[in-house]
Design a protein around this ligand. Structure first.
Ligand SMILES: [Zn+2]
Ligand SMILES: [Zn+2]
Length: 181
C-alpha cells in the first residue's frame, strides 16, 4: 500500500483489466462492486454522491447496496482512487477525475463543474497549517450560478479557496439551498 490521502495514484483505465490493475496497485482486491464503481467514477463527471453512484449502477448491478457503495468509496478515498469534494451540504461527493483541477459549485443547484487550474495564477500554499496539518495540495473552488440556474442571464463567479471558505463561516456558504432533486 503506497497510497496517501488525497494523492491520485494511477492514471484512469478504460477497460476492466486496467481497472483491476488499478485496484491491485492501490492495495485493493478487484471485487465486482469495486470494478463497477471505479468504472463509473472514471467516466462520471458529476462528482456523484454515494446515492447517485448506486442509482447509476443499480440497473446493471441489482444486488448492489448503499452500504457497499459507502464502504467502497471510503476505501477508494483512503487509497487515493478518488477525492472528496466539498459540495453543498454535508453529503459526501467524490471525484474520480485524476488530474489536478479546480471546481465551480453552483450556489443554487449545487452542481459541481471541473475547471482547469491554468485559468488562474498558480497558488503557493504554506507547507503546513496550524494543528499539525500537512498541506498536500491546494484546490480552488469558485462559487458560481450555472447557466441553467441563471436562465440565460450568464454566470457570475466569485473566487475563493477552501481555507477562505472556512474563515467565511456562515457567510454565503451558510445560506440555505434548494436540494438537487
Ligand atoms: Zn445551478
Ligand atoms: Zn472535479
Amino acid at each position: 500500500m503506497s497510497s496517501e490521502l488525497f494523492r491520485i495514484s494511477a492514471p484512469p483505465s478504460r477497460d476492466e483489466g486496467g481497472r483491476a490493475e488499478r485496484l491491485r496497485a492501490a492495495g485493493l482486491k478487484a471485487t465486482a462492486p469495486r470494478l463497477a464503481i471505479l468504472g463509473l467514477l472514471e467516466t462520471d463527471r458529476t462528482h456523484p454522491s454515494a446515492q447517485a453512484v448506486l442509482d447509476a449502477l443499480k440497473p446493471e448491478h441489482p444486488t448492489l447496496s448503499l452500504s457497499t457503495v459507502y464502504e467502497t468509496l471510503e476505501a477508494f478515498l483512503r487509497a487515493g482512487l478518488c477525492r472528496p469534494v466539498a459540495g453543498e451540504g454535508a453529503l459526501l461527493r467524490v471525484d474520480g477525475t485524476t488530474h489536478a483541477h479546480d471546481h465551480a459549485v453552483c450556489r443554487q443547484c449545487g452542481r459541481i463543474f471541473d475547471v482547469a487550474s491554468n485559468l488562474r495564477p498558480p497558488l503557493k500554499p504554506p507547507s503546513s497549517l496550524p494543528e499539525g496539518l500537512a498541506v498536500t495540495g491546494v484546490r480552488v473552488e469558485y462559487e458560481v450560478v450555472c447557466g441553467r440556474c441563471a436562465g440565460g442571464r450568464g454566470a457570475r463567479a466569485t473566487h475563493r479557496t477552501e481555507a477562505s471558505n472556512r474563515r467565511a463561516g456562515a457567510g454565503a456558504a451558510g445560506r440555505p439551498r434548494n436540494p438537487k432533486r
